[in-house]
Design a protein around this ligand. Structure first.
Ligand SMILES: CC1=C(CCC(=O)O)c2cc3nc(cc4[nH]c(cc5[nH]c(cc1n2)c(C)c5CCC(=O)O)c(CCC(=O)O)c4C)C(CCC(=O)O)=C3C
Ligand SMILES: [Fe+2]
Length: 404
């Protein structure tokens, strides 16, 4: 064997765009969730392995799943998304099979990669159910794909790339535009019905809280604009959410003059570790005290109506609103919205030679995001692991397969 001259940034231009390739399969990578009461604790142990989450928090979260028969809605949603992607591919006459695998529950990513390989595939393009950049939503997926290659012995045999983070892709933004438009209209109608026409309202964009250390480490690890890289004082995760929220509002004329804010949910770390704030429930209390009569809740950080949406927003946050007499409308997530599904397939086509889409649309100034993550992107503060799809990736690369 000769040493490999290949570098992961080969074929990547200054804008982070990778030259189109021929892929032979798509891998839809997601979080995973329990499918029965007996799965709940093993699932939660998988999620929190090595992450320092207190037992009391696991106990509390287990009740969210237990109350739903031990079943997370996320797997059914991913099966539906996979089917919708397959239908969209078939509509466009694109012959790429979709395989589905999860980070934390069966079907596990390692088994999925093995299945794709056994079916004869050698170069796969991953689409994750995660739109933004932070450890949990970018690098952890790339690590789990990398470790799956190592675990299965498929490294060097199966090439694994990933589409760019798509927080600002029109396919992700447009369903929220529709949702906020409808949500504002429904909220205003409810206020009118209760004799409160023109009462103060507020739009709450909600996303998953993360440790502030992860927020600072999110995105490319460059020293800012002076190095030719972007400078985000608040880190890429928060910057992307603020920019996407603004992009949604810019497309909803009915939101003109309505106050809005970015708020956080689902905090889970130990109390002494700082996470992003304010929590959505605290924000609702402050708004109510200041006279707000209605809120539109936009789950901007999420792709489908999974447990974090169903419990933390539809159960807890809506209860907080009801307790305080604040009227509320919760906007849907992209789910299997036609525009979202078409957008995911557009993201695939940006990367493929056949059916190539040369235009890489972005609804914010931050994008289009990198096809190949910059060195140390979304750093793992607990130490490095093998990753795919980054400039410093050591696994999942092309051209390392031994000649057979
Ligand atoms: C940024 C982000 C997203 C959005 C991006 C993406 O979608 O990927 C997300 C999604 C999700 N999070 C989910 C579930 C959980 N997340 C947990 C824990 C954590 N999440 C974190 C971050 C995120 N999480 C973090 C920093 C932790 C602390 C532990 C750690 O540092 O890793 C825990 C442990 C218990 C708890 O503490 O809550 C659970 C059960 C589910 C499945 C829901 C279902 O079953 O329907 C989904 C889609
Ligand atoms: Fe989470």
């Amino acid at each position: 064997m000769t040493a490999q001259a290949f570098h992961p940034l080969d074929g990547v231009d200054d804008n982070g765009r990778m030259a189109p390739k021929s892929y032979d399969a798509i891998v839809l990578a997601s979080f995973g969730g329990p499918e029965g009461q007996e799965d709940v604790i093993p699932f939660l142990r998988n999620v929190t392995r090595g992450r320092g989450i207190p037992d009391e928090r696991l106990e509390e979260v287990s009740h969210h799943y237990r109350a739903n028969g031990g079943i997370s809605p996320i797997n059914a949603q991913n099966r539906a998304l996979k089917a919708a992607m397959e239908a969209e591919l078939a509509n466009r006459g694109i012959d790429l099979p979709v395989f589905w695998g999860n980070r934390n529950w069966a079907p596990f990513i390692a088994d999925t990669l093995q299945e794709a390989y056994d079916a004869g595939h050698r170069r796969v393009l991953t689409v994750t159910t995660s739109a933004y950049s932070c450890y949990s939503s970018c690098r952890q997926y790339r690590e789990d794909l990398g470790m799956a290659l190592v675990e299965t012995g498929l490294d060097g045999k199966l090439e694994v790339d990933k589409v760019r983070q798509y927080f600002d892709h029109p396919g992700f933004v447009e369903p929220f535009v529709e949702g906020v438009t409808n949500g504002l209209s429904a909220l205003r109608q409810k206020l009118t019905d209760s004799g409160e026409t023109d009462a103060p309202i507020h739009i709450l964009f909600a996303t998953h809280s993360i440790p502030t250390g992860d927020a600072e480490a999110a995105g490319p690890r460059v020293n800012g604009a002076a190095d030719g890289g972007p400078a985000y004082a608040e880190g890429a995760y928060v910057a992307q959410h603020l920019a996407t929220a603004q992009a949604v509002l810019d497309r909803v004329p009915e939101s003109a003059g309505v106050d809005w804010s970015l708020v956080y949910q689902s905090r889970s770390g130990a109390p002494h570790v700082p996470w992003l704030e304010p929590d959505i429930n605290d924000a609702i209390k402050d708004l109510a005290a200041a006279g707000t009569k209605g809120v539109v809740i936009v789950p901007l950080g999420f792709v489908s109506d999974h447990m974090e949406v169903k419990w933390d927003l539809d159960t807890e946050a809506l209860e907080t609103c009801a307790d305080l007499g604040v009227l509320a409308e919760r906007v849907p997530t992209p789910g299997t919205h036609d525009k979202f599904v078409a957008g995911l397939i557009d993201l695939v086509c940006e990367r493929t030679v056949d059916n190539n889409i040369a235009d890489r649309p972005s609804a914010t100034k931050l994008g289009p995001w990198f096809d190949v993550c910059r060195p140390n992107c979304c750093a793992n503060r607990r130490g490095p692991k093998p990753t795919v799809a980054a400039a410093d990736s050591t696994v999942g690369l092309p051209g390392t397969a031994p000649a057979s």
